[in-house]
Ligand binder design. Structure first.
Ligand code: GUN
Ligand code: ZN
Length: 445
């Protein structure tokens, strides 16, 4: 652990966690809700999790127990499987669909990252927002500039975060100042992998932005890079908007479908995280399933850009389930709040005539995200031995939520109220590697 806790501490209160995948095995078999739990932590890991009555007598002498009370909810930290930190300053830029939005807002903003000091300022802002929203791990796009990756990893390392990130690869269809080449992108990524991958809790994600901004030569170089560094993640965008799908078909006329553009170049397999995937067809879903690749569902972004409503029930269908995590996709996404993202995920499901339960939604925000990133043995749930990244929610964070909670009949209703009405105000505390990294009320843990 990068920042070990110096002495045993524990948090007490109601707690929620998952032991498996409720989409496959049902909530009864996979969701753990304790009305009064203790999570104890030492040296960056969870040492105990269970009912307070059972755990309290087992705690080492001198353990400080922080009692958050019966209106709290302790959970594994939230996981954002798709986000662009350089787009933090351009969140809420009005008026375009994906391809215009990239040209009009995104690329001009990313050009500013030629300045490392600027990159560092934005990395700090981004990580502060993550902690304020209970996000303890994310899978992050940087810009084409290698130092944009250094800036983020340096700041993440100082906090002790588990975080995956990578330098964007783009060698066409973007401003000259944002282009690399197949060779320079390969070389720079290789150097970043050597510097950062596996250092403390940090992981490298090989990051071809999407098919539209990479030549076949660059995709082949990214595939070679991933073959040579198989335990890195790989992240890119796929089938986000219909115009993008049509454009990709023009650029790669020989490929069977959009996924085949990546697959052909060795860019599909375990630890691949594909952003969006709204317009994937059945053979593409089948291939994602077989290969163990994941989709990052980014509902606030999909609504903001008018891209569409991702059908999560179809993606996780029992016949050929695909791994799915949740993404804020800042800055096309409109909120750092995972609760706001869950609210949008619920509405995306509704538009597909399905209704996402709150339990399933919280799974996506925690263990589901960890599974999408092949990290479920380390993060995403509360259990002895797991890394001690936690969020403590306040279930009565606004007057309206407080009033509404009085009418909630059971825990499922309480959770649903949180995901529909909650936001950053509901995040009371965030723990990273067993250490308090954010408290809503300073001085009050
Ligand atoms: N597709 C390619 N690049 C991007 C990006 O930065 N944001 C989103 N939402 N989609 C993309
Ligand atoms: Zn994105």
């Amino acid at each position: 652990m990068a920042v070990p806790a110096s002495r045993p501490i524990a948090v007490r209160g109601p707690a929620l966690s998952f032991t498996g995948d409720p989409f496959q095995d049902g909530l009864d078999a996979t969701m753990v809700h304790e009305s009064d739990a203790i999570v104890a932590m030492m040296d960056g890991r969870i040492t105990h999790f269970g009912p307070a009555s059972l755990v309290a007598p087992q705690l080492p002498a001198g353990t400080e127990v922080r009692d958050y009370g019966s209106d709290a909810l302790i959970s594994a930290g939230f996981i954002d499987t798709h986000v662009h930190y350089p787009q933090t300053p351009m969140i809420a830029s009005h008026g375009a669909q994906l391809l215009d939005w990239l040209n009009n807002y995104t690329f001009p903003t990313e050009l500013k990252f030629a300045d490392k000091a600027y990159a560092r300022d934005i990395a700090k802002l981004f990580l502060r927002e993550n902690l304020r929203n209970g996000i303890t791990t994310s899978c992050v796009y940087c810009t084409v500039h290698p130092h944009s990756v250094d800036a983020l990893f340096e700041e993440a390392e100082a906090i002790g975060l588990r975080l995956a990130a990578g330098k964007v690869l783009m060698d066409r269809n973007a401003p000259a100042g944002l282009l690399d080449t197949a060779q320079s992108g390969y070389d720079e990524s290789q150097a970043l992998i050597a510097r950062w991958h596996g250092r403390g809790r940090l992981l490298y994600a090989i990051t071809p932005r999407f098919a539209g901004t990479s030549t076949p030569a660059q995709l082949a170089a990214a595939g070679a890079l991933w073959r040579e560094n198989g335990d890195c993640l790989m992240q890119t965008h796929i089938a986000e908007s219909r115009d993008e799908v049509a454009w990709t078909k023009e650029l790669f006329p020989d490929r069977r479908n959009y996924l085949d553009v990546y697959d052909h170049h060795g860019l599909c397999g375990p630890r691949a995280v594909f952003g969006h995937g709204i317009w994937l067809d059945d053979p593409e879903m089948q291939r994602l399933h077989e290969s163990g690749a994941a989709i990052a569902h980014c509902p606030t972004s999909n609504f903001f850009l008018g891209s569409g409503a991702f059908d999560i029930a179809r993606a996780v269908a029992k016949a050929r389930p695909v791994r799915v995590g949740l993404g804020t996709d800042i800055g096309a996404g409109t909120s750092f709040s995972i609760m706001a993202t869950l609210d949008a995920a619920y509405k995306a499901s509704q538009l597909n005539r399905q209704s996402l339960s709150a339990g399933h939604a919280y799974y996506l925000a925690t263990r589901g995200g960890a599974r999408a990133m092949y990290l479920e043995d380390k993060i995403g749930s509360l259990a002895a031995g797991m890394e001690a990244d936690l969020v403590v929610l306040d279930m009565r964070s606004t007057p309206l939520i407080d009033a509404r909670m009085n009418g909630a009949r059971d825990f499922a209703e309480q959770l649903f109220i949180q995901m529909t009405l909650g936001d950053d105000r509901a995040v009371q505390a965030t723990y990273i590697a067993g250490r308090l990294a954010y408290a809503k009320t300073p001085g009050v843990v």
